[in-house]
Design a protein around this ligand. Sequence first.
Ligand code: AMP
Length: 278
Amino acid sequence: MKVFNHSKELNALKNKLSAKSIGLVPTMGALHKGHITLVEKALSENELVIVSIFINPTQFNNQDDLKNYPKTLESDLLKLKALENNIWVYAPEVSDVYSNSVTSKEYSFGLLESTMEGAHRKGHFQGVATIVQKLFEILKPTKAYFGEKDFQQLQIITSLVKQEQIPVKIIACPIIRHEDGLAMSSRNTNLSDKQRAIAPIIYETLQKAVALKEENSLEQIEIWITDFFNKHPEIELEYFTVAEEKTLQKVNHLNGEKTRAFIALKLGDVRLIDNVKF
Ligand code: AMP
C-alpha cells in the first residue's frame, strides 16, 4: 500500500506504472465495512485501486457538521493495509485539491437535486459533484465505486458523468448494515450509547413501511411513519419519501416503476439517512 498526500507524486508514479484499469473509491474516511466492501469490489475488478480519503469542505452546508465529522486517518490506513497491497491511498490537504479557491463549481442537476438531501442540505450536491469531478480529473479512474447508502448522490454522480462526458464507469454497490440493521455510516461513531441503541429503529421502520404497502396507500404509510416518530421525542424526522429510483421524484401511487423509500432523521445532533427498495 502506498499513501500520497500530493496528486503530483501519485500521478508521477501512476504514469510509470501504466495500469490498464484503475478503480477509484472516494471516501471521507472513518472507514467501516461499508467502505471496505467497495474497496474489495474495486480490487476484484481493477489492476490498481485508489482510495481517496478527503473530508470535502464544499459539501458541508453546516460548519459544525464539518468540524464534528470523525477523523481517523491512522486507523483507516491500518484497515486498508490489511487488504491486498495494490491499493494506493490519496489523502490530500484541501489546498492540493482546491488550490486557493475552496468553492463549488455550478452544476445543473434539475429535479434530481431539488428533492430530499438536496432540499435539506443546500449546496451539498454542488460540493459533492465538484470534488468528484476533481478526483476524476486528477486520478483518471476507469471505474468508480459508490454506495447505494447515498442513493441520491449516486444518481447525481451518474448525471455528472453524463453531462461532463467523463470517461469513467460508475459502479453502484449495495448498502452494508450492522447485524441489527443499522446502515453502516461514519457518523454512527458520533452516536451516544443510548442513541446507538435506538438507531436500529430506522431500518425497522423502513421494513415496516414495506410490509404495510400491501394493504395501505402511500399516504396512509406516510401518516403512520410521521405518527410513529412523533412518539419518539429523541428522533427528529426530516423526511420519509417514496420516490422513483431513476428520477428521485416522489410517487403518490406505486406505478410499476422501480421505487425506494428514503428517510433522513436526526438522533440528537447526528443526522442519519437510509433507504430500501420499496
Ligand atoms: P463517505 O465516506 O460517507 O463519503 O462514503 C464513501 C462511499 O462509501 C460512498 O459512496 C458511500 O455511499 C459509501 N458507503 C458509505 N456507507 C455505506 C454502507 N453502509 N454501505 C455501502 N456503501 C456505503
